[in-house]
Design a protein around this ligand. Structure first.
Ligand code: NAD
Ligand code: MG
Length: 403
């Protein structure tokens, strides 16, 4: 396949998800600038097949082996030259491949850690949506970025907004922000679908109510995380690593309209905000184009229709997950791995209707208490803590069932 010399070669991890689909939407608007090397998914064969037909990647990866076989059959019948790989190792290969310039890290949860880390270790431009990977690996991930000269660009809308509100440049192949004069980062949160609900009402919310986000259309896991405010907790930790700041420098601001995507407050009294419609194609296009700006397909913000901008403090009593995230970050790397693993198990159990909404923080708190103290400095220790915490979470669920 031929493509313009200057075009960038991209692997999209988690291509069939909400971020993956938005990424491909932006890519499709710039056929001369971008070329898809690999698309990956867990097991959604039909969607990945359609995407392969449209973008003609060299590789398609399905983690699930039988899904991979099915996809290969479909593609062969359609006369496609895309080669299908399967298994988690293949995710790392298509991230680290020498032909790749940019990796969109948009797998959900801990499953994204190894391929995202592989992209950083291979010195790629890493477009980071998969916040769980950074929450789990923190220092190790940032060290890989620095040592290998990877270009890390945040895709999470808030972190992308913060990035946009600080001067950025390239230094020794790295993307760096100039934090001179920064006093505070104002990390906005929509507050989720239960922002105004009483604690007593929160006991009985259903998965359908929890995934119905007022402003953003997202995958189910992050939608539940937004409802519990765990998403904001993970984002505080994410911001600490991305911008090398302490949690005290970050203020969570509930802003129900989701028009401002975050702000940076400076020592001269200036507060810079990035605004726009809540559509992930804006931060995705920014990451793909940086330092240039690219057309994203997002409707311009109608400032006259934006009648009001409200701001509130988060309520940690009704949303204890945010508090747990602060505690985990203060306790160290092992605790944040436990926080993330327990949250993933808890959210799935809630979606399966085996536990209630307010059981989510209880399970996480219990699992965090069983975490090692301190911070792991090698990948193996991260993986072991993740597995141990998942086991502890499963055990908690079993115990709850029998009581
Ligand atoms: P999603 O559930 O819509 O998509 C997840 C993708 O990951 C799918 O392509 C799926 O096939 C793949 N996947 C799932 N499990 C996998 C596994 N075990 N191994 C390999 N691949 C697997 O999720 P999403 O909403 O697109 O979110 C993706 C990531 O981006 C998450 O980390 C989320 O926190 C982050 N993020 C999403 C949004 C958003 O608007 N959706 C905004 C900010 C950050
Ligand atoms: Mg976000």
């Amino acid at each position: 396949m031929t493509h313009a010399i200057s075009s960038k070669v991209i692997t999209v991890l988690g291509a069939t998800g909400s971020i993956g689909v938005s990424t491909l939407d932006v890519v499709a608007r710039h056929p001369d600038r971008f070329h898809i090397f690999a698309l990956t998914a867990n097991r959604n064969t039909e969607k990945l097949f359609d995407q392969c037909q449209q973008f003609r990647p060299k590789y398609a990866v399905m983690v699930d082996e039988s899904a991979a076989e099915k996809l290969q059959g479909l593609l062969r019948n359609a006369g496609s030259e895309t080669e299908v790989l399967s298994g988690t190792g293949a995710l790392e290969s298509v991230s680290a491949d020498a032909a790749v310039d940019y990796v969109m890290a948009a797998i959900v949860g801990a499953a994204g850690l190894l391929p995202t880390l592989a992209a950083a270790k291979a010195g790629k431009r890493v477009l980071l949506a998969n916040k769980e990977a950074l929450v789990m690996s923190g220092r190790l991930f940032m060290d890989a970025v620095h040592e290998q000269g990877a270009e890390l660009l945040p895709i999470d809308s808030e972190h992308n907004a913060i990035f946009q509100c600080m001067p950025s440049s390239t230094k020794n192949g790295q993307v760096v922000n100039n934090l001179a004069g920064v006093e505070r980062i104002l990390l906005t949160a929509s507050g989720g679908p239960f922002r105004t609900w009483e604690l007593s009402q929160l006991q009985n919310v259903t998965p359908e109510q929890a995934v119905a986000h007022p402003n953003w259309a997202m995958g189910r896991k992050i939608s539940v995380d937004s409802a519990t405010l765990m998403n904001k907790g993970l984002e505080v930790i994410e911001a600490c690593w991305l911008f090398s700041v302490s949690p005290e420098a970050i203020e969570v601001v509930v802003h129900p309209q989701s028009t401002i995507h975050s702000m940076v407050s400076y020592n001269d009294g200036s507060v810079l905000a990035q605004m726009g419609n809540p559509d992930m194609r804006t931060p995705i296009a920014y990451g793909l184009g940086w330092p240039e700006r690219l057309v994203s397909g997002v409707e311009p913000l109608d400032i006259f229709a934006t009648a009001r901008l409200d701001f509130e403090r988060p309520d940690l009593a009704r949303f204890p997950c945010l508090q747990l995230a602060y505690e985990a970050h203060a306790a160290g790397g092992y605790a944040t791995i436990a926080l993330n693993a327990a949250n993933e198990i808890a959210v799935q159990a809630f979606l399966d209707q085996s536990i209630g909404f307010m059981d989510i923080p209880q399970l996480i708190e219990a699992v965090m208490q069983s975490a090692e103290s301190g911070t792991p400095n090698q990948l193996e220790d991260i993986i072991i803590q993740d597995e141990d915490s998942r086991q502890a979470a499963s055990f908690w669920l079993k115990k709850k069932k029998t009581h």
